[in-house]
Design a protein around this ligand. Structure first.
Ligand code: ZN
Length: 408
């Protein structure tokens, strides 16, 4: 028998929170990534939405509300991980996974770390859609999911199924693209199937096979933008990042330490364009784990430098780790972002306000304010003192329901 949520009963699950209401009482509330925190605060939640936020002295908790004691803790808006994958074998045949097991898998990967929203940047779309529907119906507990579904890639660039199997992934039927016309066709087909964004993967195939067609990026981006959906690019070099920005891409899915530091020409392209980056700093240590320690250090240092360059050039940062391809604990990513010079508030923005704005959801998510979705994280400590505190979660609340509660 699988313990769904660390063996603890879930407040808000057993009762009917939509009617009674839920109150987070005590603790320090960061209502946005920039505003001064509210000390000894209260968040009131009703019908899945935040109904009020303020100090304990100014807000009375209605008697029929269920209270969660948050004293000594930190309350923020629910976190986004804007670069995840549902391609591990554990997600295969998602429609048939027993609900408690699916909830537990989503907990291990996301909800125990405070992620209430995720953007999947490459997985079998039909399968991921089943996971999303089961969460939406309330049958299982998990984050709000957006997905690009299958990615657009040059023919032969994706490893064969037997290699993917060794890496722990399901077989992936990505869309192999030879020309701009094929890129446009593939993008339109995915959008018709209901994906939430388009991902172009610029991994080159082994020579002499040709790389992703240069004019294919823009051909894929245009239909996405016509459908008011974002376009993502996985680059392999600073030149790829420039090509992606010139093609109008919204989010760069990785740093590229393999290509050396990013140069000033990239900053010129970034100017006045609202381009975001998911830094994925931790993945380089993981990808380089079989290489010499000096090479691992060098790669990570270059990736950290690229994030610094990105922020200094005015680029937006969205927290994103490529989870599914790496370990689940995000502590190291917070630490590396901090080493890149990002402050507590900049990291908080990358988890909350920045993705909400980037994906057109700032009226519904990303802040703690009356009328917004009650997606919240209660952290056991104070991440403004130690950024690893972003990974120490006491409660995760989504749509007014406690979907994760840490063991006492
Ligand atoms: Zn990825």
């Amino acid at each position: 028998m699988l313990g769904v949520v660390s063996g603890c009963p879930l407040p808000g699950q057993d009762a009917a929170p939509a009617k009674r209401g839920l109150a987070l009482v005590g603790g320090t509330i960061f209502v946005t990534s920039t505003a001064a925190p509210v000390g000894n605060g209260v968040v009131l939640i009703q019908d899945g939405k935040i109904s009020a936020v303020g100090s304990k002295a100014s807000l009375r908790v209605p008697p029929n509300f269920q209270s969660l004691d948050c004293s000594g803790k930190t309350i923020t808006a629910g976190f986004w991980n804007s670069h995840v994958h549902f391609f591990e074998r554990k997600w295969a045949n998602a429609a048939a996974i027993p609900a408690p097991e699916l909830t537990r898998q989503l907990q291990d990967m996301f909800t125990r770390y405070g992620f209430t929203s995720v953007f999947d940047l490459g997985s079998p779309w039909e399968n991921t859609r089943h996971i999303r529907e089961r969460i939406r119906s309330g049958e299982v507990l998990g984050p709000r999911i957006r997905s690009t579904g299958e990615v657009l890639i040059a023919p032969g660039a994706m490893p064969a199924d037997n290699i993917l199997g060794i890496l722990g992934a399901m077989p992936l039927r990505n869309l192999e693209v030879r020309s701009a016309a094929e890129a446009e066709e593939a993008s339109k087909m995915l959008l018709e199937m209901g994906v939430d964004g388009i991902k172009v993967h610029l991994q080159p195939p082994p020579p002499p096979k040709p790389p992703f067609p240069k004019d294919g990026i823009q051909a894929a981006v245009t239909p996405a933008h016509e459908a008011k959906k974002p376009a993502f690019v996985h680059p392999n070099s600073g030149a790829d990042v420039i090509a992606a920005i010139q093609a109008g891409v919204d989010v760069i899915a990785h740093t590229t330490p393999q290509s050396g530091p990013w140069a000033g020409s990239l900053a010129i392209e970034m100017k006045d364009r609202r381009v975001a980056l998911t830094p994925t700093l931790t993945i380089w240590e993981s990808a380089m784990r079989h290489d010499r320690i000096s090479a691992q250090y060098r790669f990570t240092a270059i990736a950290i430098g690229q994030l610094q360059f990105w922020v200094a050039s005015g680029g937006t940062v969205l927290f994103g780790t490529d989870i599914g391809a790496i370990d689940y604990d995000p502590s190291e990513e917070y630490e590396l972002m901090s080493r890149a010079g990002l402050s507590f508030r900049q990291i908080l923005a990358s988890l909350t306000t920045a993705p909400a704005e980037q994906f057109g959801d700032s009226e519904r998510q990303g802040r703690i304010a009356a009328g917004l979705e009650a997606d919240l994280v209660v952290l056991t400590g104070d991440p403004s003192r130690d950024v690893k505190g972003f990974a120490a979660v006491a409660y995760t609340v989504q749509g007014g329901k406690v979907i994760y509660r840490a063991s006492p």
